[in-house]
Design a protein around this ligand. Structure first.
Ligand code: PGA
Length: 260
């Protein structure tokens, strides 16, 4: 990458999201979410909880400018005969305005997911939703040193029809698949170089201002003990946290790492 980006990390507010995946009972959700909200009350970072769909109505009372809710996925249609699915309109009706798209667990579980992602991106942006878009390479691509190419191909495919980059609606989560739930996080340096690569990709395909303003967060075995190293890198604007987000103290310590 030839492009030199002037980093303006102070203009990007840190964003730390809890991806509860298929954990936490609806009856337990408010207590855990409240604990997280209280423990992070004085943090500068934005905090988001992405619980199962069944939990939203218990949690909407907690929403404010700093504390938000997100869905873990959404259907590619607005309504219709799609048994077992949830639409953007339903999420919006519950005051949920963020959605995680392209998580590797969703891409792996549904063989249509990769093809649906560009459709979902379009639909969500048109409906005013904010995206936490996930990309990241499997272990074999990292071992073959083709991880940059892999992520570039994912970005080019998934954003092909997006002509104007809405930086206030897109957060990118770099989540190397080999790091998710394995305890093997990318080092600060490994993550930073991919984040810079993604920022340069946005600059080249859209423009510098968009690249500087877009938050790029890291996911994959983030814990309180490795969060400070990641937070210390100028292109890592927060985290998408799975396992460690189920413990309020551990998660709040991750949030606090981006406050220092
Ligand atoms: P993990 O999950 O923190 O448990 O590795 C991250 C994610 O899948 O978003």
């Amino acid at each position: 990458m030839l492009l030199l980006i002037v980093l303006m990390d102070t203009v990007r507010k840190a964003f730390v999201a809890a991806n509860w995946k298929m954990n936490v009972l609806p009856s337990e959700a408010l207590k855990l979410a409240k604990e997280i909200k209280d423990l992070t009350e004085f943090c500068k970072s934005e905090v988001l909880i992405a619980p199962s769909y069944t939990h939203f109505s218990f949690l909407t009372e907690l929403i404010d400018e700093r504390f938000q809710l997100g869905a873990q996925n959404v259907h590619s249609s607005l309504s219709g005969a799609h048994t077992g699915s949830i639409s953007v309109k339903m999420l919006k009706d519950l005051s949920v305005d963020h959605v995680i798209l392209g998580h590797s667990e969703c891409r792996a579980a549904n063989n249509r997911e990769n093809e649906d992602i560009p459709i979902k991106i379009n639909l969500c942006l048109n409906e005013g939703m904010k995206l936490i878009y996930c990309c990241g390479e499997p272990e074999e691509e990292r071992l073959a040193s083709s991880h940059f190419k892999f992520v570039e191909t994912q970005l080019a495919h998934d954003f092909e029809s997006i002509k104007k980059w809405p930086n206030d609606q897109i957060i990118i989560a770099y989540e190397p698949i080999w790091a998710i739930g394995t305890g093997l996080n990318a080092t600060g340096e490994e993550a930073e170089s991919m984040h810079l690569f993604i920022r340069n990709w946005i600059a080249q395909n859209y423009n510098n201002t968009n690249a500087e303003k877009t938050r790029i967060i890291y996911g994959g075995s983030v814990k309180a003990k490795n969060a400070s190293e990641l937070a210390g890198k100028s292109n890592i604007d927060g985290a998408l946290v799975g396992g460690a987000s189920l413990d309020a103290v551990e998660f709040s310590n991750i949030v606090k790492a981006w406050d220092n």
